[in-house]
Design a protein around this ligand. Structure first.
Ligand code: RB5
Length: 148
């Protein structure tokens, strides 16, 4: 498993904590920035991580901004990306099991490090259930196709 991780300035401190957590778990990752708390624009990071996940080189992405909202909205503009904003472990499990989410988004101004790491663990440990959920995920991407 290989994770693409990124944040804006607001998410930077939580991203650093998440990196340590992934290292402890032995999960390989690549940090797509940002690399300091200097102000930057979350769509730039969202795009880089989303394209990296879309390329197939990375199993999942983790994106963090202040609320998780802007960075998840931006990531979801990349065709084939299903970014789920999760601030609890139930949603994180369902995001994988039902939505086959390929990016987990979180808000560093909303949750603390401990919960963020538990959410990541829940997300990474859950598998897509397929079946009726596959049909629904397919319909999400049909909407993308209709916009071409
Ligand atoms: C940055 O101030 C903040 O707007 C951003 O991190 C995020 O919360 C946007 O959705």
């Amino acid at each position: 498993m290989k994770i693409a991780i990124g944040s804006d300035h607001a998410g930077f401190p939580l991203k650093e904590a998440v990196k340590k957590h992934l290292e402890k778990k032995g999960v390989e990752y690549k940090d797509f920035g940002t690399y300091s708390q200097e102000s930057c624009d979350y769509p730039d990071i969202a795009k880089d991580v989303a394209l990296a996940v879309k390329s197939g080189e990375f199993t999942f992405g983790i994106l963090i901004c202040g609320t998780g909202i802007g960075i998840s909205i931006a990531a979801n503009k990349v065709r084939g990306i299903r970014a789920a904003l999760c601030h609890d472990t139930f949603s994180a499990k369902a995001a994988r099991a039902h939505n086959n989410a390929n990016i987990l988004a979180m808000g560093a101004r909303v949750i603390g490090e401990g919960l963020a790491c538990e959410i990541i663990d829940a997300f990474l440990a859950s598998n897509f259930e397929g079946g009726r959920h596959q049909r629904r995920v397919d319909k999400i991407h049909l909407i993308e196709d209709e916009q071409r």
